[in-house]
Design a protein around this ligand. Sequence first.
Ligand code: ZN
Ligand code: FE
Length: 254
Amino acid sequence: MLQIHQFPCLSDNYGFLVHDPASGATATIDTPDADEILRQAAVKGWRITDVWNTHWHPDHAGGNAAIKAATGALVTGPAEVERIGAAPDRVVAENDVIKLGAAEARVLDVGGHTLGHIAYVFDSEDVAFVGDALFALGCGRLFEGTPQQMWTSLQKIAALPDEATLYCAHEYTQSNARFAVTVDSGNAALAARAAEIDQLRAAGKPTVPMTLRIEKATNPFLRAPALKPSLGLEGAADWEAFAEVRRRKDAFKG
Ligand code: ZN
Ligand code: FE
């Protein structure tokens, strides 16, 4: 059974340390803030053996060199990580299976936010680290990919079991909720969740991780096909409805 330690860093990122007690192996999912990641590992008494990157952005791979210098960790990630400095020690892509101790993680290609963005899925634990692909009530901006590509990527995450626990890399949920209710105003589950999120944030608590089940019920990007009538897109392809929700979010002043 893996242990997962989540902590806030930078302005709105989350750091994650994944620890296999049997072997002692410990992976940091991305490297938003090397100093804070090393400090948190020390507090837990865990030695970082691995860096697993989701994509090349500086708030995800910018601490790779410092973590590697401090720990000798093996850096695993998509090839695009070389854009931030060094190439990963081990490049992975869709359907690769990598190990943390005895635990296996499967790599999903979830490109769109960046072209090479990947997610790590521990099927045996029903846990996925999705980086900036899917957020609670949101999804990553399309800096590099097309709406079609991102829609395909999100469908891979949506195909995981409903009970899967999703760890996304930013605490954006409250502002995502403000947008979500504008495109899905009749959704009672969304309204209830938005109120719950306000309570959590007022208490200084994280809204991450989340279950896939609640995302499927309330995330307007995953729900884009169901929103076609209210988007004025009846008869459109699912990805076109997704693209319209993404366009509206990009223009939203919340
Ligand atoms: Zn990013
Ligand atoms: Fe990010």
